[in-house]
Write a protein that binds this ligand. Structure first.
Ligand code: SF4
Length: 283
C-alpha cells in the first residue's frame, strides 16, 4: 500500500489495495469506510443489470473461495485501518470510521458455496477488533438465491450476527425487471424471497431508480412495485434505500441509462413514505 491516494464515493476500484477479496471504499450509503468483500473474483453474476459497474461482467456464480486467504486479508486490512496509518493516508478526515464489512462484489455473493462461512468470518472479525457495536456485516444481494439452502444458511447466519441484507428490487413489472436486471422473474416469487429474507435477517430493499431509453420504468410501474413490497409484508422491512446510477455503467447498455431528476426521485420516495415505509434517498 505505497499509494497516498484518497478514496472517495466514486472510487470503488477493487484493485486499490491489490488484495484478492478485500477492497475498502468510502461509501456514501454506509457513511464511512466500508470493508468490501468480493467473492465473485470471476466477475460472474446470475443477473445482468443495465447499470452494473462490473467491467467484463459474465453470467455465472462465484468461484470457490479461499477462506484462509480472505481471512488473512481481512485481518491485515482491519489491523492497518485501526492500528496503522491507512485512514490518514487514504481516507478523508470526515470518513475515518469502519461502517461495515460488506459482501458486495462483482456478482451475487450468495452464489458462493462458502457464503455462510464468510458471514461468520466477517462477524468474528468485527468482534475481534472491537467493532461489533459500531459496525455490522452487510450483504448487498439481488435476493434471487435466498430460498436455496446454501444461500439461506448464510442469511440465517447474518441474522444471528445482527447484520443486514440490502435486497435489490428495481421495478415491479415483470417486463421492467427483465429489461433492467436481465432476468425473467415472477414478481410473486420475488415477494416470497423478500419475505423469507426479512424473516431471516434485518432487510432493506435497495432500489436503483433510473431512466432506460428515456422511460422511468420504476415510476411507471410503481403500483406493481408496491404490490411486491405489500405481498412480502412491508412491516417486516427496515425500509427502502432509493438511489440513482451515480457511477457509470460498464455494460453495453450504458448509453441507454440515465438518471432521474432529483424531484422525480423525491416524488417516488414520497409515494413509498405514504405507505409507512422508511425511505433514504441517495441521488
Ligand atoms: S446484481 Fe449486482 S453484480 Fe449482478 S449484474 Fe446486477 S448490479 Fe451487477
Amino acid at each position: 500500500m505505497a499509494s497516498r491516494r484518497l478514496l472517495d464515493i466514486y472510487d470503488h476500484d477493487r484493485t486499490f489495495t491489490a488484495m484478492r477479496y478485500v477492497y475498502p471504499v468510502v461509501s456514501r450509503r454506509a457513511g464511512g469506510v466500508s470493508v468490501g468483500i468480493n467473492l465473485n473474483t470471476n466477475n460472474a453474476c446470475n443477473w445482468h443489470c443495465v447499470y452494473c459497474q462490473v467491467p467484463g461482467l459474465v453470467r455465472g456464480k462465484a468461484p470457490p473461495v479461499d477462506v484462509h486467504v480472505l481471512g488473512a486479508e481481512l485481518h491485515g486490512f482491519l489491523k492497518d485501518a485501526l492500528q496503522g496509518d491507512f485512514m490518514v493516508r487514504h481516507v478523508p478526515a470526515d470518513a475515518r470510521r469502519i461502517s461495515d464489512i460488506a459482501l458486495s462484489g462483482n456478482g451475487e455473493p450468495s452464489s458462493a458455496a462458502e457464503f455462510a462461512e464468510v458471514i461468520d468470518l466477517a462477524a468474528a472479525s468485527l468482534q475481534q477488533y472491537g467493532l461489533a457495536q459500531s459496525a455490522l456485516v452487510r450483504v448487498i444481494t439481488n435476493g434471487s438465491l435466498v430460498d436455496q439452502p446454501q444461500a439461506r444458511a448464510g442469511f440465517e447466519r447474518l441474522g444471528v450476527c445482527r447484520g443486514e441484507a440490502w435486497f435489490k428490487l428495481d421495478g415491479g413489472r415483470r417486463s421492467d425487471i427483465q429489461q433492467v436486471n436481465g432476468v425473467d422473474l415472477d414478481p410473486q416469487a420475488i415477494a416470497r424471497r423478500l419475505a423469507l429474507c426479512a424473516s431471516l435477517c434485518s432487510t432493506w430493499v435497495q432500489t436503483c431508480a433510473l431512466r432506460f431509453d428515456g422511460l422511468s420504468l420504476l415510476q411507471d410501474g410503481l403500483d406493481d412495485y408496491l404490490r411486491i413490497l405489500d405481498a412480502a409484508g412491508m412491516e417486516r422491512l427496515r425500509g427502502v434505500l432509493l438511489y440513482g446510477p451515480a457511477r457509470k455503467s460498464m455494460q453495453p447498455e450504458a448509453s441507454r441509462v440515465s438518471c432521474l431528476a432529483d424531484d422525480e426521485l423525491q416524488a417516488i420516495a414520497e409515494r413509498l413514505r405514504e405507505k409507512g415505509l422508511t425511505v433514504h434517498v441517495s441521488p
